[in-house]
Design a protein around this ligand. Sequence first.
Ligand code: GAL
Length: 981
Amino acid sequence: MPLSRRTFTALTATTAASLSLPLSTAVAATPDDANTPGPAPEADGRTHTVAFDKYSLLVDGSRVVLWSGEVHPFRLPSPSLWRDVLQKLRAHGYNAISIYVAWNFHSPAPGVYDFTGVRDLGRFLETAAEEGLYVIARPGPYINAEVDAGGFPGWLTATKGTARTSDPTYLAYVDEYLTAVNEIIARYQYTRGKGTVVLYELENEYASNVTSPAGKDYMAHLYAKVRADGIDVPLFHNDKGRNGYWTPGSFSTGDESGRYLYGFDGYPSPSGNPPDWGYFGVGGAKGGSTASPDTPGLMAEFGGGWFDPWGGAVFAGKGYEESRRTRDAAYERRFYLTNLANGIKIHNVYMTFGGTSWGWLPAPVVYTSYDYGAALDEARNVTSKLTPMHQIGQLLRSVPDLAKLDRAQDTAAADPALKVYHLTNPDTGAHVYVLRNDTSASITSTLPLGPASAEVTVGAKDAKLVLAEAALGKRELAYSTVQPMIQLSAGRRDVAVFAGRSGEPAEAAFAYEEEPEVTVLDGPATATYEDGILRISTHLDGLVRVVVGGTLLVLFADDETSARLWRYDTPSGPVLVRGPALLRRAELHGATLHLTGDTIEEADLEVWAPRGVQLITWNNGPVHVRTTPSGSFTAGRALPGVPDVQLPALTGWRQRPENPESEQDFDDTDWTVADKAASYSTTPVPAGRPVLFADDYGFHYGDVWYRGSFDDANGAESVNLAYSTGTQGLLMAWLDGRPLGTHRMPVPTSAQSTQGTWTATAAFALPADLRTAGGHVLSVLVRRMQHDEDGGARDSHKSARGLTGVAFTGADPAVTWRIQGASGPDPVRGPLNTGGLYGERHGWHLPGLDLDADGGWERVAFPVDGPARQGVSWYRTTFRLAVDHDVDASIGLTFTDDAAHAYRVQLYVNGWNMGQYINDVGPQHTFAVPNGILRTRGANTLALAVLADGTTPAGPGDVQLKLLGSAAGGVEVRSVPSPGV
Ligand code: GAL
């Protein structure tokens, strides 16, 4: 009598020995409804329910494991490309994304909110819904995220009250923001059928005030406000590590209906072993497995790379290839599979597409690129890190049993160095094993897998997930020693795909009552049949194909091949495509299957399609196909790869020096007089002196100029200029137009904190012949970089920026200070685009400036080896690109020069500030420019604002366009509006 799967589970629970019993061929257990995977979400206009139990989210009653990647819309300022990134993630097995919303990106002033253009959050959420991705919304109000002030608007740094507490002034501003942002998020909740938002985060890593009323009341206020704004999906907080902070019940939610769950994050070192978060292991010191037993494991952020600091001796940023190398594909398998073994069912990887901290977005700790070493790089290229994500994401979609797991009986491998997590689905009896090798050598060991005992290989510092007694579609997988990836039924064939490292042995065993016919179509594979189990054995190499019983196609793919296997679910059933670099979409119209996607190299096209399909198109062109013994169609000819992309050299440069502000007779009458007596900054105001902090006068981003007028310099010997910036800030000063020198903010030693220590005093001797009576002007330019983040909830973002105090030696003249920064936010590009340089205030960064009419723009050839001069010079040119319509070319700008030259560049492409290059600091030399801002078919304006300290030739050296990636295909890209002068 065949044993039912449920009975069998019960047996295995009481016997440790491996049994060899016949298994039923059909799937005996009836899974509860929740074990059927829901379809990909869409904005279908219907209402949906989003709930959870201790295992997972329940969407319309179906279990969903969220396999999510963090993406920041504000770090990709080209709305058309949002679709590209989202399609790439969806194709690679993600079913969700998580987004921060940066308050500062949307609010140039109190009460002013902008959600249009590159800030169109609604459009982003709509695109995510169209691409079938769930969304986790994380609008803060504090986000951290390596953005200026951790996302707080510049203007908030100059307001009363303590941020991140229940302070009433702060809360009033928070409410204003939440009203604006929640109006959009609420509209795109999955519960309303217009979008796919299923979770919403309150605050972020709020590890302070956990027990105090200021903290509890703050969280309670946020909860109540968000609910009042119509957010009805479950809420959570992101605890900074599994501390057990802000678990359900830790603050008042006013509703006890269980719509709040516990979430936490983790960024473990790649050189350590993955932590056990506490579902099956011992748990964290402050909560462990008891942190929140009734809510599903929610990892709001898990490290997918790491951010990189500026270059130089102390912090020594190495560039993002290093993050990608240390948190590589094997890191992802080992750490993320351990998370799944620990009961994490909502898993978000931070970052999955990092993008660019353009303009003045980056926090002081990072430079422009926020590539993060993520699976999808800054130039939108797929990296090898997407392969494991793809494999695991597809697996979660194909095997719904993984959404509900309990700890099962401890199981050990013969080699104790192979760590085994054994789990089981209590409804279906499916067994899940996460096998992890923490050693530096590959391990091959036998271990019990369900009823059998098998030999499994796990590479050095790697992991895999295997199943036993699990339904794989209509078949029962007795066990496998290789990770399952995809299961689907296409036409008359059931297809089961397994994937792993090239060269590794792989075995998949299926339950069959009678010995089935086995045909090896491709590759080295053998099959044996014994006691109701068919075992297929092979080594992974390309694609091994085996047909079993005429109806089941078993594919064994090595990593590289698996990265070219695409599943797409259509209303008529799933499609499986092999070959191209990306499948974006599959649509069935009548008997024609329309596929769209990308190729890079020439590629095969093989398709397993629903019944009835006769014709196939690729990117709207017909493909001649024939049928194969694998039950698929293949194209007679390879799909073409991407043609060469030619980029022009940058020539025709014009140069114009600026900083008239340093001249004595510059007219500053319309500048703001800096005469405030008090500030809300955390930086003290020197007694009896005026406030000089830029934020107090409404200048929150980029450079700021000061002009101090005084009548008598008699006796004055030197001036001490105290100032405060983020890392890499500097100050330069002139007296009556004569340069006094440049002071660079010293980098604290690594032993010091990076926060709040960025203050210094520049001491300059006054030229002897200027120590006279009569009017004098002290001009000071401060590159003040950005505001600190406020991770510790200590108002660190309110640390002053700009001059903080001025004192002369030898005399104490009365100085009248005037200050000038950016001249009002660019209505399209926003407040973080420009600072207060003369050129920025006069549109020298914008397209359309008539250089002949403007005057003073000399022709210049690069490299510029001009004389050393303290101050600012601008360089401009235009260039045309003519990239084919159907080519997605990702393009950047590369700067190369003698690293001894002390200068820095802000680069403007069509008026958009695409970042800051510091020639003698690095490490970033190449700056990605998103298409849309860059016109790939048409004219572009490039402007460089070069700030030099006057000690070396003032550059720039070599500046070139650089191709960062290309593919035939891509999405339609609309130009981002780029108004000129
Ligand atoms: C987390 C934080 C994120 C980001 C990340 C590091 O702790 O929640 O916002 O700062 O660290 O990239």
